[in-house]
Write a protein that binds this ligand. Structure first.
Ligand SMILES: *Cc1c(COP(=O)(O)O)cnc(C)c1O
Length: 402
């Protein structure tokens, strides 16, 4: 999964370009920067890679989600459908803009269920923030169709799925605006960072202004004359952009390695008939950052997780118990513990977050295990891991006769 496995000479070179000029700011200083525009260049290359018309780098994936909301004019009191299984940052991005999240069940894609979205839509619903969870796609074609039918804005939180696609089209480019994250744990990393992509010029301009105190940017520069809207500071720096640029140039290698390694792991687990796999609407488009699989029931899943831990098999996630990724353990959200007032506290909410339950999603999460797919495994390491997996699982499950 993480591009952090590959930090090396290329990242150092890009950083040095910036340090040698001393211009850490992404705008202005044309003379001194000696032709280095790391943020600009990264944005051009990200747009090209994703096939989107426009890309804008920002300070994090969380601010990218908030930027999507602002760019689309979503905010105060707008009801937005979101999944209960995501990194909490998605929800923070929605709350930052003042919108009100309404949680909707996922399906075996680990992403929002199209049927659950349909059932949740009311006249108050304005948008869907779809998360392509754990490296791969939702049933995106159906979700696009629902949004079109009901005139809902579709935002894609693609923080975990850079480079994943559906039928050849990159995730993040199906909705109005897509968000990415380049934090330390993501497919590529800048240390910290995020980006939005869109085909809509006005959305891009909105995001561009909002992310830099409302300034319009003429050419590469920030004029002090124009500030058409109020904004805030979600900017990135040239240092972060430099690392992101070197990392983006490794994305094809990252995806190829992950796909190769995941194939081996999947074949190993497929020996056990009790194991089934996450539903991938387009297996070819999987970024393969995780191998996600199901056991028949919670009890068996817990036994497998325990056996992995006892045998030193790392990189295992049992999301159902996780504190950051599943609503069950979001005590802060459930208790509305905030440090500033959010509209969800003062306006009418579509759900009582303290008590709302998700039995259909629970039934998926209880049986789900994800395994991180590393980029840098050697052939020997991968062989050893596959042998160990077979051995440990044989102690818990029944192996199919060869
Ligand atoms: C990591 C992540 C984010 C936020 O990214 P940061 O860069 O850490 O702010 C948002 N959404 C999802 C689904 C993520 O996994």
């Amino acid at each position: 999964m993480p591009g952090s496995e590959l930090i090396g000479a290329e990242e150092r070179k890009e950083i040095n370009d910036v340090l040698e000029t001393g211009i850490l700011f992404r705008y202005n200083h044309d003379e001194q920067r000696k032709g280095h525009w790391k943020a600009k260049t990264f944005e051009q290359e990200l747009a090209k890679f994703t096939g989107a018309e426009h890309a804008l780098m920002c300070s994090s994936g969380t601010t990218a989600v908030a930027l999507c909301m602002a760019a689309c004019g979503l905010g105060m009191g707008d009801e937005v459908l979101v999944p209960p299984f995501t990194y909490i940052a998605t929800i923070e991005g929605v709350l930052l803009g003042g919108a009100i999240p309404k949680f909707v069940d996922i399906d075996e894609t680990l992403c929002l269920s199209p049927a659950a979205i349909r059932a949740a839509i009311t006249p108050k619903t304005k948008a869907v923030v779809l998360v392509h969870m754990c490296g791969a796609m939702a049933q995106i074609d159906e979700i696009v169709q629902i949004c079109n039918e009901h005139n809902l804005i579709l935002i894609e939180d693609t923080a975990q799925a850079l480079g994943a696609s559906f039928k050849g089209k990159m995730l993040g480019t199906f909705g109005k605006v897509g968000a990415y994250s380049f934090d330390f744990f993501k497919i590529i990393t800048a240390g910290e960072g995020g980006a939005i992509v869109t085909n809509d010029k006005q959305m891009y301009l909105n995001a561009d202004m909002f992310s830099d105190h409302g300034h319009d940017h003429i050419g590469n520069n920030r004029g002090m004359e124009g500030h058409p809207v109020l904004g805030t500071n979600f900017r990135t720096s040239e240092l972060h952009a430099a690392v992101a640029l070197a990392q983006l140039r490794k994305i094809d290698y990252i995806l190829a390695q992950q796909r190769k390694h995941k194939k081996r792991l999947k074949e190993t687990l497929a020996q056990f008939p009790e194991i089934t796999f996450r539903y991938l609407p387009d297996p070819e488009g999987d970024s393969a950052t995780f191998l996600s699989f199901f056991l028949p029931d919670e009890e068996t899943a817990r036994r497998v997780v325990k056996a992995f831990a006892e045998n030193g098999i790392g990189g295992i996630q049992y999301w159902y118990d996780n504190h950051f990724h599943y609503i069950r353990n979001w005590e802060h959200l459930r208790g509305m513990k905030t440090l500033f007032t959010i509209p969800a506290q003062t306006m009418e909410c579509p759900q009582d977050y303290a008590t709302v339950q998700f039995p259909a999603t629970d039934a998926i999460m209880q049986r789900l295990i994800s395994m991180v797919v590393r980029i840098t495994w050697t052939e020997e390491e991968l062989n050893a891991l596959c042998n160990k997996l077979t051995e440990v699982l044989s102690g818990v499950l029944t192996k199919q006769a060869a």
